[in-house]
Design a protein around this ligand. Structure first.
Ligand code: AKG
Length: 291
């Protein structure tokens, strides 16, 4: 048995009216092929260009190592200069990824190369962010702290995306006091004997290519696997549902400070407790999958 994944709708173009009616209001993901074809970024943005405009920047890198109990929530695992990082991406597989790199702060010049989509919703203009990954690297299954609507534009190469809505959370081995699934799960090829509750989860899957835009609705879980080295830009729009807004406030005001205190005081014991709890709690509330 495999994960229950439905292909994400793919359209060649979309009007404002259709986007709002068929996807935004229904909170359903969609891919618009080649959405960025009329932006300067479509022809300019590739890894060589990023090396040219940001080669001297020191960039924070993340890999798939277990959580370090001494590190604060979301702290990077290493730093490298961008030109060295691009060379590494092109030369060999690497697990190092760049996550949530703020364009306005780091390379404001890139702002001229894209436009905020005219899709009938307003965007948070101060937070365009970039994500980079090497061949076969992946971003763990997670959802974002602000449960925003995300518009994800891919450049150079191919990427696989797996999404789940918030109602699937009980099947996803969520780590307590975090925004992540258990890191032991390989969502591209999950071991359903070890993680049986995943059989109950219903999600979506798609591949993105250069120029494509993926709409990720509010609070959706997402896992991204870089099939080839490449990068993406996410633009965000605030969550609208009161439930998601209060969830976002809880994350920022309670979850993160509690996590930092617990890591500082309990260290590895806290991380081990959370990992065990995720596994046992999810298995015990998913008895159907275990039969
Ligand atoms: O593509 C990635 O590496 C992660 C993207 C992501 O997590 C996001 O856009 O919120």
């Amino acid at each position: 048995m495999e994960l229950q994944l439905t292909p994400i709708d793919v359209v060649e173009n979309i009007s404002k009216k259709d986007f709002i009616k068929k996807y935004y209001k229904k909170q359903k993901p969609v891919i618009v092929k080649q959405y960025s074809k009329n932006w300067p970024a479509y022809t300019k943005w590739n890894l060589e260009y990023i090396k040219k405009v940001a080669g001297d920047k020191k960039v924070p890198l993340y890999d798939d190592r277990p959580v370090d109990p001494k590190a604060k929530f979301n702290s990077p695992h290493a730093y490298m200069q961008m030109d060295e990082y691009v060379d590494l991406l092109k030369r060999e597989p690497t697990k190092y990824r760049i996550f949530l790199w703020n364009i306005l702060k780091e390379i404001p010049l890139l702002q001229k190369d894209f436009k905020y989509p005219d899709l009938g919703i307003s965007f948070i203009k101060r937070l365009p962010t970039l994500f980079f990954g090497g061949y076969d690297s992946y971003t763990f299954m997670h959802y974002d702290i602000d449960l925003a609507n995300i518009f994800h534009f891919h450049f150079e190469g191919k990427k696989e995306c797996i999404l789940f809505d918030q109602q699937q959370t009980e099947h996803l081995y969520k780590i307590p006091n975090s925004l992540m699934s258990h890191r032991g799960i390989d969502f591209s090829n999950p071991d359903l004997e070890e993680w049986p509750a995943l059989k109950n989860a219903q999600g979506y899957i798609a591949q993105l290519e250069h120029g494509d835009m993926l709409y990720i609705p509010e609070g959706y879980w997402h896992y991204m696997k870089y099939i080839t080295p490449g990068f993406s830009m996410s633009l965000r729009s605030l969550a609208k549902s009161p439930k998601n807004i209060s969830h976002a406030l809880y994350n920022l005001l309670i979850m993160v400070p509690v996590e930092n205190i617990m890591r500082k005081t309990m260290g590895q014991k806290w991380i081990d407790w959370k990992n065990n709890k995720a596994k046992h709690k999810t298995n015990s509330t998913n008895t159907v999958a275990l039969e």
